[in-house]
Each structure stands twice: as C-alpha cells, then as structure tokens.
Write a protein that binds this ligand. Structure first.
Ligand code: 13P
Length: 295
C-alpha cells in the first residue's frame, strides 16, 4: 500500500496504548527486513532515515526502496526523516516522498527552537506530511549531533505544553533520561516526567534512545504516552555482527547472497522482537480499519 502519514498512525498508537517501532534504515536489505518483520506481525512500522544516510545514498534511492517494499505490503509504513536541522534537506524530503519530517532545533533557546520548528510546520502543512520536533536535549551521539551528559537538559512539562500547543505535532521528541547509543550505566528514565508531559500536551511522544532499554522500561513508557520508539544503534551492531558471525562460521563461503541472507534474517529477527515488545502485533489492520471508519 502507499506510504502513510505519521500523524493519524501515532494518534492511534497513543489511544490504543502501543508504540510504533521506528528503525533507522541503513540500506535496501535493512529496509526490506523492517517492512517484512512488520508484515509478519501485521504491525505498522516507521522506516526512518538520518541525514547522513540520505547524503550517502540519495533521496531518490531511499524513497524508491521504501516505496517498493511498502507497495507490496498490506501494513502501514511511514518514511520519516530523523533529527535534522537543515531546512533544505527537510523540504527536499517532504517533496521527494517522505511522509514525515523532523526538525531538531533543540540546541537553541525555547523561542528560537519554536520559530525554527514553526518554519518546518509550514513545510509539513504545504506537503501534507507528518512532523516531529524536539524540546530538551537528549544525551548521546546521533548523526553529527553530540550532547554530553553535562549539557543534556530534561524537558520541562509546562514548556512542552507551550511548544506542542503552538505546533500541532505528529510526534513530540523530548528528553526524559534516555540517550542515543549504548548506555554506559543503568538508564534512569523519568517516568513521572513522561506522564506529566503527556497529560499536558496530549501529543504522541517519540522516545529516542531505544537501544539498551529494558522490556519493563518500554512497557512503562508506553503506558504513559510513548507512541513511537526509535531504534538505531542496535541495528548497526546486528548489521555488522551478523556479517562477521556468518563469515567466522563459514570461512570458505564467498557466496554473497548467502552472507546477505544471514544478515537479513538476523536483522529481521531483531525487528520482530522490538515490534512485539512495543505491542504493535495486529495493530496494522486495526489502524487501517479505524481510518476506514473515520472516512
Ligand atoms: P539508539 O541509537 O540509542 O537506538 O537511538 C536511536 C534514536 O533515538 C534515533 O533518533
């Protein structure tokens, strides 16, 4: 089916207490694995791209991969742009076929962040796509953005309300104690803050830094309003490690398709695990039915 807009999908997720898995694709095979995993579980899925990945390939290549696998699939698939501060890149994505875009102006003071995010809201409205914006600073490294622990700022619920009221977001990214990359110690997630932010904003929350969080943390965050959970680092590691493992176990096998298949299967299994943990199983058909009833 054609790619879907992120906004109604995440509303459905928030209202029905599950989260849509958002995986940062790295190539065609990982894109196909995420959509196939979603299909096998009848779940919606978000294929998201970092700016770095778009620069390495191109808008045209990425949109063609995602459309190709989504068109042959009965489950709802979103193509989303992850953290981006470049307005040209954001507009090019909206124009090229992404169905959701993210502005990350979180390094700026509140008013400047809001002004930049409003500019992107206008782009999202012009192209009819979903939108995510961030307030507070999430720890860790994502693409070319580095936030040290000392510089990270947790999101204030009252500020979150002002921000969300002004933007009508599909997803709200906020800092609640999670971090991009592997956790150095035990993550301290502020569940009270998640609940307070959601009570005031009533906006589906995007939980960043999903790699390394426990099943219990996922469940508690989802129960408090997390409707999109981002996974990137875990995919990067399984992507490389599965390749290495296959070669270590089969040092004489130089048939690329067998190596690629081993990698594909390992990645798909990992995606399955996250989709199930986030409660996405069976929600693909339910979301589509809810859209038909609303039409
Ligand atoms: P991880 O790399 O920790 O999984 O976080 C991904 C993310 O939040 C992308 O925006």
């Amino acid at each position: 089916m054609p790619l879907v807009n992120m906004k109604p999908l995440l509303r459905h997720a928030m209202d029905n207490h599950y989260a849509v898995a958002a995986f940062n694709l790295v190539d065609y095979s990982s894109t196909k694995a995420m959509v196939k995993a979603a299909e096998e579980l009848n779940a919606p899925v978000i294929c998201q791209t970092s700016s770095k990945t778009i620069k390495y390939f191109s808008h045209k290549e990425i949109v063609s991969w995602v459309r190709t696998v989504a068109e042959d699939s009965p489950v709802p698939v979103v193509l989303h742009l992850d953290h981006c501060h470049d307005f040209d890149m954001i507009e090019e994505c909206a124009k090229s076929g992404w169905t959701s875009i993210m502005i990350d102006a979180s390094e700026f003071p509140f008013e400047e962040n809001l002004a930049r995010s409003k500019k992107v809201r206008d782009i999202a409205e012009r192209y009819g796509v979903g939108m995510e914006a961030e307030l507070g600073q999430i720890m860790g490294v994502e693409d070319d953005m580095v936030v040290d622990e000392a510089d990270s700022v947790l999101t204030d619920p009252e500020d979150a309300k002002r921000f969300c009221d002004a933007l009508d977001l599909s997803a709200f990214a906020c800092a609640v104690g999670t971090a991009h990359g592997f956790y150095k110690g035990e993550p301290v997630v502020d569940f009270e803050r998640i609940a307070a932010i959601n009570a005031l904003t009533r906006t589906p929350m995007a939980l960043h830094g999903g790699t390394g969080l426990s099943d219990e943390t996922f469940a508690m965050a989802i129960a408090r309003g997390a409707a999109k959970i981002n996974i990137s680092t875990n995919l990067k590691h399984v992507f490389v490690q599965s390749f290495v493992d296959y070669h270590t176990a089969n040092p004489k096998d130089y048939e690329p398709l067998r190596v690629l298949d081993a990698q594909y299967q390992a990645i798909k299994t990992m995606f399955h695990g996250f989709i199930e943990k986030f409660g996405g199983t069976g929600q693909g058909a339910k979301f589509l039915q809810s859209q038909r009833e609303m039409a």
